[in-house]
Design a protein around this ligand. Structure first.
Ligand code: EPU
Length: 417
């Protein structure tokens, strides 16, 4: 297993290019199942999760032509309507094949994802929505087996806001008979990016960006060209890295209009931000100030940035309270940060952080994707050497993170197993 070796204390400077969003690319790749024509995608991030998704889609018979960040998908020879346990257990986003397969081919068999490091993460809302659209669904031997000659448009109100649930139902609704209304829909920009691609393919969708999506089913969808939206979580992660390590960095290919709350919190922490079309400059010369926050659905504070902001709070001037409301077990980084000298106490869904002047490097273990990123940030700010184990979590969702940081002056290198 690869590890990351980081010598903390270097200020960061220069430019970092932001990649396409993981959480937009994954559903968008699954949209390739909805058409026999070709989707020409660009700005697809180079990630392990993308590789895993492509492997799954290839097994189903999707034609895939990949050239770096460009991928062409052709769905004219899909012959396997199944996502096996071996794939789904490594990547929960595999559930996103369920809606498209069922809508286009009338059947799908997808393994139930099972447990997850950050919470129980059931998929009952995906199932509830598809059932409301007329699908017959049984759970057999750990698999969701869904059948429907033709899905029927209807009104679906999910019990809670779910990102991949909205995406699955949205894709399914594009090929259903009549109108589907998705109430309580997730408003995350990645849902909007998928919807924009679907419209280019010929789908009829109103309300994009709102919590009420209205989809008029069509009989078939065609090919399209699409550039995946910039990764707002990667952007905010690098902003936190500069805020923690100090320095002056310009992020390119970034979208600042989808990061409001995170940018406000960074300003509150004392970070100087300036931005223009497609770029954002971050300058930090002082110790950060502690900031309180509570994770919520978009446009609120993203759960996918909770750990990275907590790293900042660890070295901040003052005390803070961080509340996680989306996932029930997303504080796995806390014990590792405390190994670096942080002072964090957890009480239920809230972590109380007392900022310390200096973290001190130590061996730590990455437990999930965003926890890994938070440990990198803490290590960049720490005195001495930190060795982060299990960075395969990081490789799942960050495109060449150590290369980008190292080009900006960080002392970070990958230690091969
Ligand atoms: N939930 C249910 N039933 C469902 C669906 C969701 O109870 O059928 C619950 C979940 O257990 C959770 C909450 O609803 O407590 C929200 O979960 P959601 O379905 O929105 O999460 P997701 O779609 O599985 C996506 C991202 C996550 C991100 C969350 C929240 C992708 C591929 N994944 O997951 O990304 O944290 O939305 O914004 O889009 C990450 O990138 O590190 C990551 C975990």
């Amino acid at each position: 297993m690869d590890k990351l070796l980081i010598n903390g204390g270097n200020r960061l400077s220069g430019e970092i290019a932001i990649s396409g969003a993981k959480n937009a690319a994954l559903p968008i790749l699954c949209a390739g199942l909805l058409t026999a024509s070709t989707l020409h995608l660009s700005n697809v991030p180079r990630l392990q999760d993308v590789a895993t998704m492509l492997k799954l889609l290839r097994q189903m018979g999707l034609g895939i032509d990949q050239d770096g960040e460009r991928i062409a998908l052709t769905g004219n020879a899909i012959d396997r309507l199944e996502a096996p346990y071996e794939m789904v257990k490594t990547m929960r986003a595999s559930i996103l094949v369920l809606g498209p397969l069922l809508a286009r081919f009338g059947e799908a068999k997808v393994s139930l994802p099972g447990g997850c490091a950050i919470g129980s993460r059931p998929v009952d809302q995906h199932i509830k929505g598809l059932q409301a659209m007329g699908a017959e669904i049984t759970i057999e031997a750990g698999y969701i087996h869904a059948r429907a000659k033709k899905l029927k448009g209807t009104r679906v109100v999910t019990d809670m806001i779910t990102v991949t649930g909205t995406e699955n139902l949205l894709m399914a609704a594009t090929l259903a008979d009549g109108e589907t209304v998705l109430e309580n829909a997730a408003r995350e920009p990645e849902v909007g990016d998928l919807a924009n691609l679907l419209v280019k393919m010929g789908a009829k969708i109103d309300g994009i960006g709102s919590d009420r999506l209205m989809i008029q089913g069509v009989s078939s969808l065609g090919g399209a060209e699409h550039a995946v939206i910039a990764d707002r979580i990667e952007t905010a992660t690098f902003l936190c890295a500069v805020a923690a390590a100090g320095g002056d960095v310009t992020l390119k290919n970034a979208r600042t209009d989808i990061l409001d709350v995170a940018l406000d919190k960074l300003r509150e922490a004392g970070v100087v931000l300036t931005s223009g079309d497609g770029w954002i400059r971050v300058q930090m010369a002082a110790r950060p100030k502690a900031v309180n926050f509570r994770t919520t659905e978009y446009p609120g504070f993203p759960t996918d940035m909770q750990a990275q902001f907590m790293a900042l709070n660890c070295i901040a001037d003052g005390s803070s309270r961080v509340t996680e409301t989306i996932f029930e077990n997303r504080f796995m980084h806390v014990q590792e940060m405390n190994r670096l000298g942080a002072s964090i106490i957890i009480d239920g869904h809230t972590a109380s952080v007392t900022g310390v002047e200096q973290l001190i490097g130590a061996p730590v273990m990455a437990t999930d994707l965003r926890a890994s990123a938070s440990l990198v940030i803490a290590a960049l700010a720490a005195r001495g050497q930190t060795l982060i184990d299990r960075i395969y979590h990081l490789d799942r969702g960050y495109d060449r993170m150590e290369a980008k940081l190292s080009a900006a002056g960080a002392d970070i290198k990958r230690v091969k197993a």
